[in-house]
Design a protein around this ligand. Structure first.
Ligand SMILES: NC(=O)c1ccc[n+]([C@@H]2O[C@H](COP(=O)([O-])OP(=O)(O)OC[C@H]3O[C@@H](n4cnc5c(N)ncnc54)[C@H](O)[C@@H]3O)[C@@H](O)[C@H]2O)c1
Length: 240
């Protein structure tokens, strides 16, 4: 029997790489994304998609009910869905603030609630990996405050759940990448993007597969002993 992994934002740049990594590691992967066409394109042996708006807790509940009915349980959850709205602080519209928090934090919160119930009784150490951002920690880069705050909240959730579920053998970690080449690069101007990439020590952006490899490592048995960590991936950019 294949183990079951749920990946949110599966149809995006990072999401596709994470799905590929976990499929290669013999998981059956269920992708949750609002992009129904993107998910349909990905349909293959070892992958199925559920089209869902992760800002709606009722839709999350329904999706996990479907997963429970079809697969009985969940072994790994990757909360990867997220976006970066870029309005300047004094002018951030209420709706933009709420949507940023709803997708980047609340969606992940509700997926953790639903997935943890379905992890009960599964073999081995079950895994949650939250995709945070270097933006929560590096205040030199361009990231806006509501984006940083949504990711900082996610990392606090990581630590709480890691502690809360340690003896239940559910390991919870965050991965906080810096500049990774995905469609999300489109939220900033060419000038801002070039400057941010030039600040990367290797002189290039990271690739989604490089982040996915770390997700795969944490979810593999080698990752069993790590929980409650926020792993920064940035080629050493912010070491002082
Ligand atoms: N790319 C980077 O440089 C970078 C750096 C740090 C952190 N991150 C984080 O990585 C994660 C993945 O981002 P990415 O770079 O692959 O971006 P992306 O835009 O390529 O992918 C985001 C995915 O989320 C989905 N999505 C958006 N709104 C949704 C909703 N309401 N419901 C369900 N799905 C929704 C999109 O359809 C898309 O498939 C995000 O959490 C992002 O904050 C990215």
């Amino acid at each position: 029997m294949k183990k079951i992994a749920v990946v949110t934002g599966a149809a995006g740049g990072m999401g596709r790489a994470i799905v590929d990594r976990l499929r290669a590691d013999s998981f059956h992967v269920i992708g949750l994304d609002i992009d129904a066409i993107g998910l349909a394109d990905m349909l293959s042996d070892g992958f199925e998609g559920i089209s869902i708006d992760l800002t709606d807790p009722k839709e999350i509940k329904k999706a996990f009910k479907q997963i429970e009915a079809n697969h009985k349980g969940v072994d790994a959850l990757v909360n990867n869905a997220g976006t970066c709205f870029m309005s300047e602080f004094p002018n951030i519209p209420v709706g933009e603030f709420e949507r940023q928090m709803a997708l980047n934090f609340s969606g992940a919160f509700h997926c953790c609630q639903a997935a943890i119930k379905l992890m009960a009784g599964r073999d081995g150490v079950r895994k949650i990996v939250n995709i945070s951002s270097n933006g929560a920690y590096n205040f030199d880069a361009f990231d806006p405050p509501h984006y940083r705050a949504s990711k900082a909240a996610l990392d606090t959730l990581t630590k709480d759940l890691a502690r809360r579920y340690a003896t239940d053998k559910i390991a919870v970690n965050s991965i906080a990448p810096a500049m990774t080449e995905t469609p999300l690069f489109g939220v900033v101007s060419k000038e801002v993007l070039e400057k941010a990439i030039a600040q990367m020590p290797h002189g290039r952006a990271m690739q989604p597969s490089e982040i996915a490899a770390w997700v795969g490592f944490l979810i593999s048995p080698a990752g069993d002993v790590s929980s409650g960590n926020v792993i920064i991936l940035n080629q050493g950019r912010d070491v002082r």
